[in-house]
Design a protein around this ligand. Structure first.
Ligand SMILES: *Cc1c(COP(=O)(O)O)cnc(C)c1O
Length: 462
């Protein structure tokens, strides 16, 4: 069942004297790899997820006053030693992060960090743009063409497609659940064309993800150069450690961080930052009605939710977060790709570091209204889950004068109907989104049928 996505030339080191950082698989039976291999493979051959064997060290104090691309460079160069030279990496960071990362004061030392200023107006741009540049560079070195296969619940697909659009040597195929994405989310994927193809699946996000996972494990497809851009790719996580350092460099430490969570990729960025040296007082990870994680934290028993529940914050409709295996590994446990726990993590430490609650759709709507009425804080449903989770945390453990940052992960204009209904006005639409309305769409359609998907892949990419 093992497959290698790409045949690698032996790793080209820019300096033979520097030992690159090693990455291991959470399933524990794959060889160690370097950053280049981890990025190109996506998933480890034993179906585990890659994690750095050792976290490099960095403190927020060293980063005070630095612009965002420079903070990204300082974080990422520590993972890329021996793989990418500083000048190249710095160029990639400047090129990827050509937009603002604003912090908006709400009250006292509490701020909302808006991660919605990238080209597709969600936080997924941060990882996708960096990963596309890194993978594009590594693939060029091999002289091959790589097909990125990804399933999306809305925002990943558009961020990934936009990030890889017209990157030489790369083709992208995105699967999305036809009824679960908004018009704008769909148009962000289906209007790009060129090296980007999209399939609308008559099913749920979990069905899309299952089709993709099965393709990766399918021996009949082992000759196809496929790679993943889902949040299982370590290249999606490393850039997501950066904005926590950016926040701490401005707000101070120890920091309370609240991250609305679905697949747990975003919150893993904060865990990585903490493992590197960021001082985190508590990491708050609220979820929507897909509450398998807060239940696990409370009981120590893990049960995924199948099928996942359809909630307002649709990019978080995940019944089994793919990054949970990584979180469990960081806390000394082991979970395989099916969600089975082989070794229980240190729950005591997890409960001390993390706080999680479930936020219903009614609470999400009420929070959008309340945040606007009390603070003129404009939130969309994902950010509202984050804000509500933060308030739940403050009720359980008074904040005092701790600095806190709550993530807003999408632009409110991506959910105009909901906001109009609740607040009586439509959020201003950024130019990157209005341009879409006029572009023609192009996508294929498919039932949840692995046989058909396999044929599609073979006919197009073999
Ligand atoms: C993907 C997404 C999330 C959830 O992030 P995870 O890394 O999957 O936990 C939250 N908000 C928005 C807008 C998203 O697109």
């Amino acid at each position: 069942m093992t497959r290698q996505s790409v045949d690698f030339a032996p790793a080209k080191l820019y300096s033979p004297l520097v030992q690159p950082l090693a990455f291991y698989s959470t399933n524990g039976s794959a060889p160690l790899v370097d950053l280049r291999q981890a990025l190109l493979q996506g998933q480890a051959p034993d179906r585990g997820l890659y994690l750095p064997q050792k976290f490099p060290h960095l403190t927020a104090a060293e980063l005070a006053g630095k612009p965002y691309p420079e903070i990204a460079f300082e974080v990422l160069r520590r993972f890329a030693v021996g793989i990418l030279d500083d000048a190249t990496l710095r160029t990639l960071c400047t090129d990827a992060y050509n937009f603002d990362v604003p912090l908006e004061k709400v009250y006292d030392r509490v701020q909302v960090m808006r991660l919605d200023r990238g080209p597709t107006a969600s936080f997924k741009d941060f990882a996708a743009r960096m990963m596309a540049r890194l993978i594009g560079r590594f693939v060029r070195e091999t002289g091959k063409t790589l097909t990125i296969l990804t399933a999306t619940s809305g925002d990943t697909g558009s961020a990934v497609a936009s990030a890889f659009h017209n990157v030489p040597g790369i083709r992208v195929l995105v699967l999305f659940p036809i009824a679960e994405v908004s018009d704008r989310q769909r148009k962000q994927m289906t209007t790009l064309r060129d090296n980007i193809r999209t399939i609308a699946v008559d099913g749920k996000f979990d069905d899309c993800q299952a089709l993709v996972k099965r393709a990766f494990a399918d021996p009949a497809l082992s000759a196809l150069p496929l790679s993943s851009a889902n949040s299982i790719n370590i290249g999606r996580l490393l850039p997501q450690a950066v904005y926590y350092f950016h926040a701490a460099a401005q707000l101070g430490e120890p920091l309370v961080i609240a991250v609305p969570s679905g697949n747990f990729g975003d919150m893993m960025g904060a865990v990585f930052a903490r493992e590197m040296g960021l001082q985190v007082r508590r990491l708050v990870v609220p979820v929507n009605g897909n509450d398998e994680f807060p239940r696990f934290l409370a009981t120590g028993r893990y049960e995924k939710i199948e099928p996942s529940r359809n909630c307002l914050s649709n990019a978080m409709n995940v019944g089994h977060p793919s990054n949970l295996a990584r979180l469990v590994a960081i806390y000394g446990g082991q979970m395989d790709e099916t969600g089975k726990l082989h070794r229980v993590p240190d729950l005591f430490r997890m409960r001390r570091d993390l706080f999680s609650t479930t936020v219903s759709d009614d609470q999400t709507r009420a929070t959008i209204k309340q945040a606007w009425a009390e603070h003129k804080l404009l939130l969309e449903p994902h950010g509202a889950v984050g804000w509500r989770g933060f308030l739940d945390y403050c009720a359980a453990e008074p904040l005092g004068d701790s600095p806190a940052v709550v993530l807003e992960t999408a632009h409110p204009a991506k959910f105009p109907e909901e906001i109009e209904r609740l607040l009586g006005f439509s959020p201003e639409v950024p130019a990157s989104l209005t341009a879409l309305d006029k572009l023609p769409e192009d996508f294929d359609r498919m039932p949840v049928d692995y046989g058909q998907f396999q044929k599609y892949l073979l006919s197009r990419y073999a």
